[in-house]
Design a binder for this molecule. Sequence first.
Ligand code: AMP
Ligand code: GLY
Length: 433
Amino acid sequence: MAPANSPTPARILVVGGGGRENALAWALGRCPGVESVWVAPGNGGTLELEGIQQLAIAEGDQAGLLAACQERGIELVVVGPEAPLAAGLAGVLRGAGFPVFGPGADGAQLEASKQWAKGLMVEAGVPTAGYWHATSRAEALAVVEQQQQPLVVKADGLAAGKGVTVAETIAETQAAIEEVFSGRFGSAGASLVLEERMYGQEVSVFALTDGQTMVLLPPAQDHKRIGEGDTGPNTGGMGAYAPAPLLNADALEEVRHLVLEPILNGLRQRGIDYRGVIYAGLMLTSNGPRVIEFNCRFGDPECETLMPLLGPELAQVLLACATGNLAAAPALTIATTCSACVIAAAHGYPGTVRQGDVIEGSLATSDRLQLFHAGTQRGPDGLCRTSGGRVLAVVAQAENFDAAFEQAYAGLAAVTYAGITYRRDIGHQVRQR
Ligand code: AMP
Ligand code: GLY
């Protein structure tokens, strides 16, 4: 390929403190030519990743992050979570001359406003559920009255994954509407979107883009419910696997043409130069793929699952997205092995979680077995403790999913803490054993 046209960033800053950001840092740190990777703020496991450094700067501290870029001569910033993207971090850093993988506040509306995203989908002809936007209780209840069927209720803004109710009955739809307008979601609940309910399997597709061209990653399937057999309340995601056979190569190309190219064109038509990842959450309905939602970031735990499959060109490719030169970047090598990710959560998750449980044991990681910390913190005593809902991600790769999940679960058995909570059936869709 043409490496001369596609430089490798020597010094990279990853913004965020979850399992996703540790996985990004780990994958970027493996790329030849990358000298230093910092994660801000990172978590209790960041320094356990070989060669990765940590900065105590919050993801919302734009001035602090800008100063860190200047002090360290950062050549690529990768922003993990949606909140700093929606707050405009990418624009601030780009304005000061730093290449950023992640959209500006304009592009982040794809995730930060359900109503804006739905409007763009309709305008761009992207297949999605029919919807109504309502700015008051009365307006929303009138839609239910008229439709006479249960609807999906979504707070308009960022509600940390908690703002969606898939109602089973009309009464539940009405209760969810009351809840949004009760102020429970703060400013995210100032208005809402009502949607027709869709049915089918869910799959996540990620497109890396420089605003013009895109590279698709293998489809991944998340497990949103806390309970085995996909029961109980929704979570941030309890595990994932990739590549998901739900979409074969032809079906992935169909998603590119039906969903990703139109949405990127739509963004451009609105004058938005989108540089980062577009995450399409799809439902595979009997009428073909439909978009449930777009996000402006990698999925978590999909990111932990996918990063080990990506080749040594990753740093170049992300920099090329950030600088608008993806066409000149080398092709991204993607392993065809099976990747399995299991999340260990804290006691009480997804409700109120207990924090401060000491994490014990250690895992001998390898090229095919990774441990990424998420909600953990290291104390002055050197001990690592739980500090959030999702605590650890163990990821393994093998020639088939049975072997990959066996190794991931065996890896998980090597670390523990009081109240450890995980599903034993992650990947049930693709496991024989
Ligand atoms: P979201 O926060 O938009 O990802 O929604 C959370 C979950 O709600 C999704 O993963 C789906 O399982 C479900 N969901 C959202 N919208 C719909 C819909 N229109 N029909 C059926 N399920 C939906
Ligand atoms: N794994 C789902 C999400 O990141 O939104």
